[in-house]
Design a protein around this ligand. Structure first.
Ligand code: SF4
Length: 328
C-alpha cells in the first residue's frame, strides 16, 4: 500500500500518512528510504514505539531496554498516529493521523514488555509489582512462600509478597535456553516446552504452602503442569494468583492467542479452572484492579481480551480464523 500510495505522493512520508488513513488495526513501523528513517504508530498506539538518541543520531525501538543495550538515551515515545521523519535535517513530526485517544495493549504491561522497559512514562517492573500488590489485597491467603512463574510472573510475585508480608523466594527455575511456550504452535510442542522450560526448586518449596503468581492463564494446560510440578516437589498447598483478569476473548491486533473455544476462561468458571489446574485456590486480578495502573501512565489501554470491547470495530471471530488460516 505504501508503494502504491507513493505513486500519488510527493514523499515517502506522505505515502505512509495516506496508507495510515486506510489501514485499520495495530502496527508500529520503522521504514527506511535511501535518505530517511521513518517511524509510524497506529492511531490508537496499540503497540509501543520509542525514540532514542545516540550521539547525534536518532534510534528507534519497540522497547526502551534496547536503548540501554547500546548506551542510547531515551527521548520520547512516538505518539499514537504520529509519523516521525528523521533525515539529515533532524527529526520532524506529522500528526494528521493523531486522534487524541490512546489504547495501548495492556498485555505489554502484563506480559510482553521486558521489566526494564519504560512505556508511556511508566516502568513495566513497577507496574507489574503494583499489579501484584493489588492482587494480594484482592485475594489474600495464608501461606509460607510467594513464588513467581518466570519471567513475567516474577515482578508481580514480589509485589504480592511485599503487600502480604509473606516471604518471597524462588520456587521455579527457568531453563534460559528455551523460548516462550505461549507462542509455540502445537499443543504437544507447548506441553514438552513446559517440562523443558521450568523445573521446581525442591529445597525451597518442600512442605510449604506456596502462593504461585503468574501473569495469565490461556489454555490452562501449562498452569496445570506447573502446579503438578510443585506438588511433586513437595509443596503442601499451591495457591494460584493471576496478575490479570480472566482471558476470555480473542485478540484482533497481532497477539497470537487462540480462538474462544481454546481459552479456558471463556467456557469455564473460576472454580472449574481451579479444579482443572489442580490448585488449592485460584484468584485473578480484577479489571478494576488492573485499570489502576493506568494512573501511572500517559496512555489509555485496550483490554479487549478481558472485556470483548475493542478500540475499533472488529470482524466476526470466524472471519478472523479464516483470515489467519489463509495467511499463516
Ligand atoms: S485484545 Fe488483548 S492482547 Fe489484543 S491488543 Fe487488546 S489487550 Fe492486547
Amino acid at each position: 500500500m505504501i508503494a502504491r500510495e507513493r505513486l500519488k505522493s510527493s514523499s515517502i512520508e506522505e505515502a505512509i500518512t495516506r496508507m495510515m488513513k486506510q489501514v485499520r488495526g495495530s502496527y508500529s513501523l520503522v521504514v527506511m528510504s535511501p535518505r530517511k528513517l521513518i517511524a509510524a504508530r497506529d492511531p490508537f498506539g496499540i503497540r509501543p514505539l520509542s525514540i532514542g538518541k545516540l550521539g547525534d543520531s536518532f534510534v528507534l525501538a519497540s522497547e526502551t531496554c534496547a536503548f540501554d543495550a547500546i548506551n542510547a538515551e531515551f527521548v520520547r515515545d512516538v505518539e499514537p498516529g504520529e509519523v516521525v521523519v528523521i533525515d539529515e535535517k533532524g527529526m520532524r513530526s506529522i500528526r494528521s493521523n493523531c486522534i487524541g485517544e490512546s489504547k495501548l495493549c495492556i498485555f505489554e504491561f502484563i506480559y510482553f514488555a521486558r521489566p526494564d522497559s519504560i512505556i508511556e512514562g511508566a516502568s513495566v517492573y513497577e507496574a507489574r509489582k503494583e499489579m501484584g500488590r493489588i492482587l494480594a489485597r484482592e485475594h489474600p491467603v495464608e501461606a509460607d512462600l510467594v513464588i513467581g512463574v518466570p519471567d513475567s510472573g516474577i515482578s508481580a510475585a514480589i509485589g504480592y509478597a511485599q503487600e502480604s508480608g509473606i516471604p518471597y523466594g524462588e520456587g521455579l527455575i527457568k531453563n534460559r535456553y528455551v523460548g516462550r511456550t505461549f507462542i509455540q504452535p502445537s499443543q504437544s510442542q507447548r506441553e514438552t516446552g513446559v517440562r523443558i522450560k521450568l523445573n521446581a526448586l525442591r529445597n525451597s518449596i518442600e512442605g510449604k504452602r506456596v502462593v504461585m503468581v503468574d501473569d495469565s492463564i490461556v489454555r490452562g494446560t501449562t498452569s496445570g503442569r506447573i502446579v503438578q510440578m510443585l506438588k511433586d516437589a513437595g509443596a503442601r498447598e499451591v495457591h494460584m494468583r493471576i496478575s490479570s483478569p480472566p482471558f476470555k476473548w480473542p485478540c484482533y491486533f497481532g497477539t497470537d492467542i487462540p480462538s474462544r473455544k481454546h481459552l479456558v476462561a471463556s467456557t469455564n468458571s473460576i472454580e472449574e479452572i481451579r479444579e482443572m489446574v489442580g490448585a488449592d485456590s485460584l484468584g485473578y486480578l480484577s479489571l478494576e484492579g488492573l485499570s489502576k495502573i493506568e494512573a501511572g501512565t500517559r496512555c489509555g489501554f485496550c483490554t479487549g481480551c478481558f472485556t470483548g470491547q475493542y478500540p475499533m470495530e472488529v470482524p466476526a471471530e470466524e472471519e478472523k480464523e479464516k483470515f489467519e488460516r489463509r495467511h499463516y
